[in-house]
Design a protein around this ligand. Sequence first.
Ligand code: FAD
Length: 470
Amino acid sequence: MKKIIIIGGGPGGYVAAIKAAQMGAEVHLIENIKLGGTCLNVGCIPTKALLHTGDFYEKAKAGGIPGVAVRDVSLDWPAAQREKDQITNRLVNGVTGLLKANKIQVHFGTARLISPNTVEVSGEGSLTADAVIVASGSEPVPLNFPGADLPQVIDSTQALSLERVPKSMVIIGGGVIGVEFGSLYHSLGVRVTIVEMLDEVLPPLDRQVASRMHQLLAEQGIGLYTSARLLSVKAENGIDLTEKAENETVLAEIEHGGETVQLECEKVLVAAGRRPRTKDLGLEALGIQIERGAILTDGNFETTAKGVFAVGDCNGQLMLAHAASAQGEAAVEYILTGKHHYNKNIIPSCVYAKPEIAAVGLTEEQAKRQGIDYQCGVFQLSGNGKSMIEGESSGFIKIIADAGLGEVIGAHMIGPRVTEMIGELAVAMTMEGGVEEIIRTIHAHPTVSEAISEAAQAVFGNSIHWPPKR
Ligand code: FAD
């Protein structure tokens, strides 16, 4: 029986552990904080739990929906926090139960590699195995600016557990995490301003989607400064803030268009990205190569030390929970069978803002850069009944197809529930399906997903529910 040691109990590590146990290996999983990792404890799940609360609160605060009047609305923030914590704890307990049911030996301690097949666990001694999978995750990138250590300056983990909802927040970074927190706190009635260094928010997304999101955030009343950077955070009247209470307002000073702009706020959330967690794991001593802060791996997730693998955020390839899990499964498959099924080109990514965004495959800009002969079909959700009913018809579905075979090479959506719909396009791409197959697939009515079929038709020129192009 092969023995595998896994360092880290996040979605990369715990999924790898279960997969390995299912495939007959003896598995040891080492975790030094909490099972579930960033995703369950301070990432994907708690953010979405609070976004759910924010969504209801915002609708109720606006008086309900047409036909349903809601009065005397108030936010019970401690109850929202309790609900978020309960959901998180239920899921962490679920993972604990699954690991136990799969007879995985869990060690609580800090792991350090002392040879390619030996891992030292703090307070326990060492373990040996046939292979080691490092799934140590990532941590927020700290920014160095005057005022960075003030209590008003927080990171995403602190932003999930604030004691009270502030009146105003400046968010540094208009990436996925910044935009999600912006949407969350805006829905809770906070005056939110996002500051982004590049010329548009959500830089890795298809530009057409990012531009629409930018426009919609501005229409919702979220302040946006792009091509701007944070200079400092300081007290309003030059008071020494280290002496002051946590709820004192501060001035976030930013540079924008050659001028210094001062933004008064109660909290400054630094959401300027995350970096792989690679420190103190004993990697360098084993000659494991780190490139731009991330553990370098080959296509099988094997590092430069034979038998040592790295999956998830720590290899810096794609910082998403489902990518970490898929990589964990792939590494295990490779260790135990010599092959795996991971396809790095078909990994959906989602932004849980208002409206939601979901994408898979190439953006139009990437298709252009790669010199692919492609065609695009776009269907506006203003022509989709279900989106109208949901009260969110300002988005669109965009499909990018290879001009020769019509194979789908990318899909980008902005609209209600699109995070639930992107799987259809991922399946189509995995099956090397084309727009023809999507059009021939009869979509249920009324659904937002009908618009996928309409976007596929638009690749050939005309959708049914949109006036013909002249
Ligand atoms: P992690 O989840 O970080 O787990 C690593 C684990 O390893 C940790 O528990 C850590 O304690 C442990 N560890 C580290 N070093 C050691 C050591 N030496 N010894 C023992 N244990 C160790 N992704 C999505 O796909 N969808 C989302 O909606 C989403 N939302 C997010 C929202 C926020 C606010 C944040 C911060 C992240 C979000 N992410 C989201 C990203 C997602 O959380 C990560 O991509 C995912 O958790 C990575 O999984 P991982 O297993 O690689 O690392």
